[in-house]
Design a protein around this ligand. Structure first.
Ligand SMILES: NC(=O)C1=CN([C@@H]2O[C@H](COP(=O)(O)OP(=O)(O)OC[C@H]3O[C@@H](n4cnc5c(N)ncnc54)[C@H](OP(=O)(O)O)[C@@H]3O)[C@@H](O)[C@H]2O)C=CC1
Ligand SMILES: O=CC(=O)O
Length: 319
């Protein structure tokens, strides 16, 4: 079986694949271009992809009818046209669960950094501007006893809610497509409409997948409903937030601060005005970036790929 792996991945997964497959691994740091992706994958039985690889009908046509499986090295799969894959009998896999805690840690880290103005503090020290301790300097927002609004109470949303409820004593509001009675019981949480969540929460953390209902969910209207002291955190996908509206909300004081692990596009445009805002903390999409999480993602992605090549159901198959 011939497979194309679109980037270097941890040995935990690569060794499993290369022991049984004829395996071509993209060797460069930067992703293959669209043409390179299609040319290298042409004739393959399976591909292991990353978020930056757009997998759609054109890709499937270029690769050929022998393609059996697309294994995404991520839990999110908005880069893949799953309906088109399914129509062609191509299985699609993802890597849920093993990156939940690592990503939740980054969401809480961003919340703390944005609420307590850490970017400004770090810039102040780095730029040799630290002159004295000031009673009125770097005043941020308290966390203890406040209200967290979780937009998308799935695996990562619940892990963030647990940290903030049991660690900081926060009340939990959330949105999701379905009821979560076990979350309500564990954390005395309340599922509400988005507008209620936005008006009542002190902190809002986004954890939905990117889909047609969540795309640009945060625009002018959403920010207008949030408290001027509120902090928005996004570790889900950049496309869920209208970045122009976010810039306006941060600059005008409509909201207090934001912490982003994801942007649209990635990397964030060099001239994006968000880069220059001291109340916007931005990380380069590092949510799952721990040794254990990335090894586990590689293992699952390999298992998905190998199962698909054998015509078996994938351990983590996306429908
Ligand atoms: N920054 C990073 O490095 C990482 C980012 N991610 C991102 O985080 C996302 C979430 O991951 P994970 O928690 O594992 O996924 P889950 O599928 O467990 O959670 C997604 C949640 O979003 C909810 N949801 C979907 N659509 C809507 C909507 N229209 N309104 C309200 N809620 C909605 C779902 O509701 P319901 O349960 O009712 O279906 C579900 O609870 C991924 O899709 C990915 O984009 C993930 C890992 C790392
Ligand atoms: O963004 C990362 C993912 O796993 O999804």
């Amino acid at each position: 079986m011939k497979v194309f792996i679109t980037r270097q991945i941890p040995a935990a997964g690569l060794d499993r694949i290369s022991s049984v497959c004829d395996c071509d691994v993209w060797p460069e740091r930067m992703p293959p271009s669209r043409d390179q992706l299609q040319q290298r994958a042409a004739g393959c039985d399976g591909v292991l992809t990353l978020l930056s690889d757009r997998i759609d009908a054109e890709f499937f046509d270029a690769v050929g009818p022998q393609l059996k499986v697309v294994s995404n090295f991520a839990v999110g799969y908005n880069n893949i046209d799953v309906a088109e894959a399914t129509r062609r009998g191509i299985a699609v896999g993802n890597t849920p669960g093993v990156l939940t805690e690592a990503t939740a840690d980054i969401a809480v880290g961003l919340l703390l950094a944005a609420a307590r103005r850490m970017r400004e503090g770090i810039d102040n020290v780095t730029n040799q501007e630290w002159a004295t301790w000031e009673p009125m300097g770097f005043i941020g927002q308290d966390l203890v006893g406040k209200t967290i609004g979780i937009v998308g109470m799935g695996r990562i949303g619940a892990a963030v809610a647990r940290r903030l409820h049991f660690g900081w004593g926060m009340s939990v509001l959330y949105t999701s497509r379905s009821d979560k009675p076990e979350i309500d019981d564990q954390m005395n949480a309340r599922r509400v409409e988005l507008s209620t969540l936005l008006t009542e929460s002190d902190f809002v953390s986004v954890h939905t997948d990117l889909n047609p209902q969540t795309e640009k969910m945060f625009g002018d209207a959403a920010f207008a409903q949030m408290k001027p002291t509120s902090v928005l955190v996004n570790t889900a996908r950049g496309g869920i937030i209208d970045q122009e509206a976010l810039h306006q909300a941060l600059q005008s004081g409509t909201i207090f601060a934001a912490g982003l692990d994801v942007t649209e596009p990635e990397p964030l445009a060099a001239d994006s005005p968000l880069r220059g805002l001291s109340n916007c903390v931005i990380l380069p999409h590092v949510g799952s970036g721990t040794v254990a999480s990335r090894d586990a993602m590689a293992t699952i992605a390999a298992d998905n790929l190998l199962a698909g090549l054998q015509g078996n159901p994938l351990p983590h198959q996306v429908e």
